[in-house]
Design a protein around this ligand. Structure first.
Ligand code: DX5
Ligand code: ZN
Length: 216
């Protein structure tokens, strides 16, 4: 069964705790960290991750869209992240960063932008827990899903099967009730969704609708 990871970026930051209650049935909670350099937006820091850790037991899926992530791994790990995902494009020494996250006892993810091929991270796939395929350019919620990203999901599923790897395939950007079944069928194990869930008027019902449509 697919996991759902609602993206906090689309929640109401004026009353975050209340805003997250309707999504408590989702397995994960997706936290988009942007630094204004790697991505053209500034969002959440370790301080907010810590606050979230204090109000929920959900699995905290922390997506670092920042340059020099090695400087902040410790802070995000200590704040209570469960999974820390870094961008392949942002890391000079990806292997070293994977080891840093692992040493902090956290699950490790690598994300690739729409223009980055799977081949860029192929050599490291045996070392990680999650591959996060971006289906929009990093920066903002509410963008349009890029269907080309499904080719990468399929490719990752094929490699996983052939090599016996056990990473989960996560997809992020423009996922809604209209495309979730297709995305799950392509091989995605974890669906991130921000605006489609939080702006639906009934986030809990929207998550149920995703699940219904993803039963494949
Ligand atoms: C984009 C972020 C996404 C975003 C998803 O840079 O990484 O996680 O919040 O939002 P939607 O589902 O609205 O595209
Ligand atoms: Zn994200």
């Amino acid at each position: 069964m697919v996991k759902i990871s609602p993206s906090v970026l689309s929640a109401d930051f004026g009353c975050l705790k209340e805003s997250l209650k309707p999504v408590k049935e989702a397995e994960w909670l997706h936290i988009d960290v942007m630094d204004g350099h790697f991505a053209p937006n500034i969002t959440i820091g370790p301080f907010v991750v810590k606050a979230l850790r204090n109000i929920t037991n959900q699995f905290l899926d922390v997506h670092l869209m920042i340059e020099n992530p090695e400087k902040y791994i410790e802070a995000f790990a200590d704040a209570g992240s469960d999974l820390i995902t870094v961008h392949a494009e942002a890391c000079k020494n990806l292997e070293k960063i994977i080891d840093m996250i692992r040493k902090k006892g956290k699950r490790v993810g690598i994300s690739i932008n729409p223009k980055t091929p799977v081949s860029k991270i192929k050599k490291l796939l045996h070392k990680i827990d999650v591959v996060l395929v971006m289906s929009v350019e990093p920066g903002f919620s509410g963008q349009k899903f890029m269907p080309k990203s499904l080719d990468k999901v399929k490719e990752l599923k094929k490699i996983k099967k052939e090599k016996g790897f056990d990473y989960e395939i996560e997809i992020d950007g423009g996922i809604s009730r209209d495309n979730c079944a297709e995305v799950a069928k392509a091989g995605a194990d974890v669906l991130v969704s921000g605006s489609a869930i939080f702006k639906s008027g009934d986030p809990a019902g929207e998550i149920r609708e995703f699940r219904k449509r993803c039963q494949i």
